[in-house]
Design a protein around this ligand. Structure first.
Ligand code: DAH
Length: 360
């Protein structure tokens, strides 16, 4: 084998063995680059006899042309292979089912849904939404609400207390949403019309009690609002919330330190096994506490009870959610079980509003 034949055989083998564009480029430089093997041979032509040059010239040019062609066709081949490989990995199977996104798959918790429903009803009646912190002081949660230290109502609240502060006082997790009444009356001029949804805490746990639960508070303060207004508001609320034409309500005398007189409200229903129907039957279910705001509470907030009056109510959100949507165990609300939320949860775009029905 001549030198030229050996070089051609080696380079041709190297071209065929180049596995990608970069390797092929290395071979090209080694063969045809300025300092490549073919150029080195061409440089030798000058020193040859005219006879030798006559045969070597065309032989070397032929070699250069064949190598150029071989590199070109290997390059085309490699690009074709790379494209095939990419197409194979990026293949789309158009017959696969569409994977649902958060809008189809996510669910709104019934408590959030019911808060939105209640907010929609009271906003429509001209109430605004107020909020307060979960961590409260004794003053707002008890004392200003006419529940002084040693008052028996404090024991009933099973309060979670934080450790003592430097001044000896202890913060607590609010046991009801009523402290937001105090915060509002201390900072806002009447007329006041607010509803306060929020988390509340008591050291209690069974089928109908969890240590964290939800309440919604209502407060109306002005110069003339009276019990008749309270009654109308609560009746309209119950009809809208339970989505019934008529609902019978029973106002029973009760006791809360922050209202005088105080009442508990039951609504008429019929129980069929686990199901509860409202506005029919002869059973009663307690749903809220209410009353005329106690004059001591007004005074504690800097309002003159000779001038201002009003009413308040407090309701368990989890409880009315259980009643409306037939959920038997409160503890499941907070178990984070995806089967439960898939069953009882709401679609994200089912935003409650009074137009077109609350929960439809
Ligand atoms: N705060 C009371 C509770 O948690 C509920 C309540 C009753 C709130 C009467 C009120 C009210 O505003 O007037 O048991």
């Amino acid at each position: 084998m001549t030198d030229i034949e050996k070089i051609e055989a080696d380079l041709t083998a190297a071209i065929a063995a180049a596995g990608d564009d970069a390797a092929l480029e290395d071979v090209r430089v080694q063969a045809l680059g300025k300092k490549g093997q073919v150029n080195e041979l061409l440089k030798g032509l000058g020193a040859m006899s005219p006879q030798e040059r006559k045969s070597m010239g065309p032989a070397l040019n032929g070699l250069k042309a064949r190598l150029t062609d071989a590199i070109q066709s290997r390059r085309t081949e490699l690009r074709g292979e790379a494209l095939e490989a990419r197409l194979a990995t990026e293949k789309v199977d158009a017959t696969l089912p569409v994977r649902p996104g958060p809008l189809q798959d996510g669910r709104i918790h019934p408590v959030s849904q019911v808060v939105d429903e209640v907010a929609a009803i009271f906003s429509d009646m001209g109430f605004s939404i107020a909020e307060g912190p979960d961590i409260e002081n004794d003053e707002n949660n008890f004392t200003a609400l006419n529940i002084p230290a040693e008052h028996p109502a404090r024991q009933m609240h099973d309060t979670f207390y934080f450790g003592e502060q430097e001044d000896g006082s202890r913060k607590l997790l609010r046991t009801h949403t009523s402290p937001v009444q105090i915060r509002t009356m201390k900072t806002q001029e009447p007329p006041i019309r607010i509803v306060v949804p929020g988390r509340t805490y008591r050291c209690d746990s069974d089928q109908t009690h969890t240590p964290m639960f939800h309440q919604i508070e209502g407060l109306v303060i002005d110069k003339e609002s009276h019990m008749g207004h309270l009654r109308w508001i609560l009746e309209e609320f119950c009809k809208a919330f339970f989505e019934v034409e008529e609902v019978k309500m029973r106002f029973r005398p009760s006791y809360f330190p922050f209202t005088e007189p105080s009442l508990e409200v039951d609504i008429n229903c019929r129980r069929d096994g686990n199901e509860v129907r409202f506005g029919e039957g002869d059973d009663w279910l307690e749903i809220l506490g209410c009353g005329m705001v106690h004059s001591n509470v007004l005074t504690n907030c800097g309002l003159d009870p000779e001038v201002y009056q009003g009413f308040a109510w407090g309701m368990g959100i989890d409880r009315i959610a259980m009643l409306k949507y037939g959920m038997p165990d409160l503890r499941a609300f907070f178990d984070a079980d995806s089967r439960w939320i898939n069953h009882y949860g709401f679609k994200p775009l089912d935003i409650p509003g009074l137009v077109g029905g609350l929960s439809s």
